[in-house]
Design a protein around this ligand. Structure first.
Ligand SMILES: [Zn+2]
Length: 140
């Protein structure tokens, strides 16, 4: 025996009940099952997450100095911090020519101080010279 939707004016035939669920009194058009999205819920437009602004990253000059300091193991030293401060000052603002020149001088001096006594990887040239010297010593 078919059941009829009890909504007034609907009168849709309810299909035979599947499984052990409670028999429906209303058709699916009138009372959507719970696991279906409620058609009355308005979906808010989802705003995409703003992409990280990569243009606001560290300026190349500062990044270069940071790299050099890191290689030398001086990134965490006060002298290294001084270098990075000067580098970001140099790149960060509008300077007059003489102001930029003065900052550049300061930066180079600070870098020299920061790298003083830092362990340095042997140069390729140094290596070559050492090898030549060893060869010469062996030959004689
Ligand atoms: Zn109905």
């Amino acid at each position: 025996m078919d059941r009829i939707c009890q909504t007034q004016g609907c009168g849709a035939v309810i299909p035979p009940q599947k499984g052990s669920a409670r028999p429906r009194k209303f058709c699916e058009a009138c009372r959507p099952p719970r696991n279906r999205p409620n058609p009355r819920v308005i979906k808010l437009p989802t705003t995409p997450a703003p992409e990280p602004d990569t243009t606001a990253s560290v300026p190349p000059l500062v990044a270069t100095y940071r790299e050099r300091l890191e290689v030398a193991g001086r990134l965490d030293s006060p002298e290294g911090a001084h270098v990075l401060l000067l580098a970001s000052l140099l790149t960060g603002g509008a300077h007059t020519a003489s102001g930029a020149a003065a900052l550049s001088r300061e930066l180079r001096a600070a870098m020299e101080v920061a790298l003083e006594g830092a362990p340095r990887e042997p140069d390729k040239l140094d290596e070559l010279a050492a090898r030549r010297a060893a060869k010469a010593a062996g030959a004689s």
